[in-house]
Design a protein around this ligand. Structure first.
Ligand code: ASN
Length: 343
């Protein structure tokens, strides 16, 4: 290891590196060298910054599990040579990617910090510089010769969050993310203040780093709404090869008690489809059995998503399916916190 921490910047795309196409008026990604040209401040940081870019940077609305594999492979190939990683990513699906990587990188002993921006780096009022510079600083911090942060995080607008606890909450404000069920790991003001008691590293530090690349995307999400029709449920559950259905329920995990609804789910579960109960509320937790309207879900063995975000639930499902967790263990493993994604 070099005396100055070595940080690898991984550029995937997103608004941070976009320019306006004057022909069409749309924002589209441009190349990484261009992006770096806008941040001469990087030279002043007390670490060695190297970079690697997707061959074709993407708007993160085009994100997919194949790209997650590309990112984790870059991290795997460079793991021993770098002290920390900063992933530049579009904000639209950043919470999905940060959640996915938290599962794909098991026993991570180094920081992987996702960041991006709401305005392109070339814009006068950009939020990109602060986000990027502070992310690199956080990634380079050491304590007793070890990286201070040893988990997948998301840094945006002065706050460092556990990545798999975040959700994008605003398309306009610079404060685009929230972590409704878990406190920020750090806040950046005049000083960078860390809340180390909330860090995840304690449970992982002694075990060997392992990268998982099989993500099985045979999952679906169904958000309940008053008036939902039977044929909608039937159509979703009839999806070819469906293995996990994430059910976005009301409040503390409540759902209609109508026969067609419960029977439909029950039959699907008996056929081997896993149904996960996640609340559509921004904050708080599922508490199955608390109300009569969730007791039936409990009885038919619906999985308790507790206080997990939908983003983390989807990517956790893909990860568990990809790792071929057996059908009879799936519920127990899903209900266990693997990377601090649920209580
Ligand atoms: N559409 C952009 C993206 O997610 C939004 C952003 O980065 N602010 O790539």
């Amino acid at each position: 290891m070099s005396a100055r921490p070595a940080i690898l910047l991984i550029y995937t795309g997103g608004t941070i590196g976009m320019v306006k196409d004057y022909g069409t008026g749309y924002l589209k990604p441009f190349n990484f060298e261009e992006l770096l040209r806008h941040i001469p401040e990087l030279e002043q940081l007390d670490c060695e910054v190297s970079s690697i870019s997707f061959e074709k940077p993407i708007d993160s609305s085009n994100m997919s599990p194949q790209y997650w594999v590309e990112i984790v492979t870059i991290i795997e190939d460079n793991y021993s040579r770098f002290d920390g990683f900063v992933v530049l990513h579009g904000s639209d699906t950043m919470s999905y990617s940060a959640s996915a990587l938290s599962f794909m990188l098991e026993n991570l002993g180094k920081p992987v910090i996702f960041t991006g921006s709401q305005l392109p780096i070339g814009d006068l009022r950009t939020d990109a510089k602060e986000n990027l510079i502070t992310s690199i600083q956080i990634a380079s911090l050491q304590k007793n010769g070890m990286p201070l942060v040893q988990e997948v995080c998301l840094y945006f607008e002065y706050k460092l969050y556990r990545g798999n606890r975040t959700t994008k909450k605003n398309a306009e404000h610079f404060e685009a993310f929230d972590s409704p069920n878990y406190p920020p790991l750090a806040e950046s003001g005049v000083h960078l203040k860390f809340q180390e008691t909330y860090f995840w590293k304690i449970r992982t530090s002694k075990k060997k780093f392992k990268v998982h690349k099989n993500m099985d995307a045979n999952v679906a999400v169904l958000r309940l709404f008053p008036g939902i029709q039977k044929q909608v449920l039937t159509a979703v559950l009839g999806t070819h090869n469906l293995k996990v259905l994430i059910l976005e329920t009301y409040g503390a995990g409540n759902a209609p008690v109508a026969d067609w609804f419960i029977k439909g789910l029950d039959q699907a579960i008996k056929k081997g489809i896993h149904v996960v109960n996640v609340t559509q509320c921004l904050g708080g937790s599922v508490a199955m059995g608390h109300y009569e309207t969730s007791e039936k879900l409990l009885n038919i063995q619906v999985i308790d998503g507790k206080d997990i975000t939908v983003e983390a639930a989807i990517t956790k499902a893909m990860y568990l399916l990809g790792n071929q967790v057996s059908n009879h263990l799936f519920k127990t493993v899903f209900e266990t916190s693997l990377r601090g994604e649920m209580h």
